[in-house]
Design a protein around this ligand. Sequence first.
Ligand SMILES: [Fe+2]
Length: 128
Amino acid sequence: MGTAPSVRGGLARPSGERARVRYGTNYFLWIEGVLALSVMKVTLSYARWRGFLPAYYTGFTATCRDESRHVQGGMRYLQDAVRKDPTMINEIHNTLRTILSLSGVVSRQIYYEPLGWTEDEVRMLFCP
Ligand SMILES: [Fe+2]
């Protein structure tokens, strides 16, 4: 089995600790800390507001607490990495800059009507 072209092509890629810091920033900070926990909050708020699925609400609340521990562990890892080598903050900033640049692009409209929501109600789920 061959190697992916981007790896084989010799692009400048971080290795070792720098790669782990970028991974931690991507996965623990952004994917779990921002995206997953936000969606979990929306889902739980929806269930709570509507009084739907109380057993699901209880179980998923426990799942959210577990995910929060993962995020805390990842943030601890990033904090320790920066304490050991302050230049690691550049890896975190560069990774976030890339993520936020990509995430700032809206390519499609989201239709909330099938859920019975408005865009303002969705915003309220994030900032009650
Ligand atoms: Fe997790």
